[in-house]
Design a protein around this ligand. Structure first.
Ligand code: DGL
Length: 260
């Protein structure tokens, strides 16, 4: 089935997931919505996050998407149950990777950097309880980081200083795994690697989401059966085309402004 995979995020962060999806599913078409005008979702009330998710999903369904990837931890943890209940299209969500971190930690101490909206959600808290028994989880809100990444400042001095302040208390607690609970944060990995002691493992969920996307498409017989190897990657942003372009600059991508 050659309908596209729909992907949305509060902005450019979900492109880290889009990259993993295109690696694993190279002949699938994708349509990506960057809702940057409404970023950050993490500082919004649950009702507002839900409203944005419904708007994004309706738009992707209008564009005939066969499956929707909610490429945002904040949107997933606050809205995925509602979306699955109200729409028949399959949804793939993303949550902070507490389970793999709990399996890998030797110090039994794990750090989670995520948005306020994710850390406050019932889904995050029940998952953490389920998978992290016997493990101490140190949570930290990455306030301000999404805004800096949305401005394209992934490696600025300001970003580094802010991140340093967030990481320091967790490192002091001797965490040996750092879970990136926001799809914007993989773009900070070079700075994180500079700031974290080398034994601290950085864990994000991008690859797992791509694998899950592939599994669901296979199971539901929705994989693209066309032999064409020239997929089209369509991006819509309701804010800044130039910034989005710096994250997805490939010859197959087409970026447009859309008022949504
Ligand atoms: N990429 C979103 C996430 O994964 C960022 C949330 C926000 O806009 O605050 O949580």
């Amino acid at each position: 089935m050659d309908s596209p995979i729909g992907i949305f995020d509060s902005g450019v962060g979900g492109t880290s997931i889009w990259k993993e999806i295109t690696k694993l599913l190279p002949i699938e078409r994708t349509i990506y919505l960057a809702d940057s005008r409404h970023a950050p979702y993490g500082e919004k009330r649950k009702e507002k996050i839900l409203e944005r998710c419904i708007n994004n999903v309706e738009l992707l369904l209008e564009k005939d998407c066969k499956l929707i990837v909610v490429a945002c931890n904040t949107a997933t943890t606050n809205a995925i149950d509602y979306l699955r209940e109200h729409y028949s299209v399959p949804f793939i969500g993303i949550e902070p990777a507490i389970k793999p971190a709990a399996l890998q930690t030797k110090t039994k101490k794990v750090g989670v950097l995520a948005t306020k909206g994710t850390l406050a959600s019932d889904l995050f808290n029940s998952t953490a309880k389920l998978h992290a028994s016997g493990i101490e989880v140190f949570e930290r809100e990455g306030r301000g980081l999404v805004e800096l990444i949305e401005a394209g400042k992934t490696a600025s001095e300001e970003t580094e200083q802010l991140l340093k302040g967030y990481l320091h208390p967790m490192v002091q607690e001797n965490v040996d795994c750092m879970v990136l609970g926001c799809t914007h944060y993989p773009y900070l990995i070079p700075v994180l690697e500079k700031l974290l002691p080398p034994h601290v493992k950085i864990i994000d969920s991008g690859e797992a989401v791509a694998r899950q996307t592939k599994n669901v498409l296979e199971k539901k017989e929705l994989l693209n059966s066309a032999l064409s190897r020239n997929p089209q990657y369509v991006f819509y942003t309701n804010k800044d085309l130039t910034v989005l372009n710096t994250f997805v600059n490939r010859k197959e991508t087409k970026i447009s402004f859309l008022d949504f």
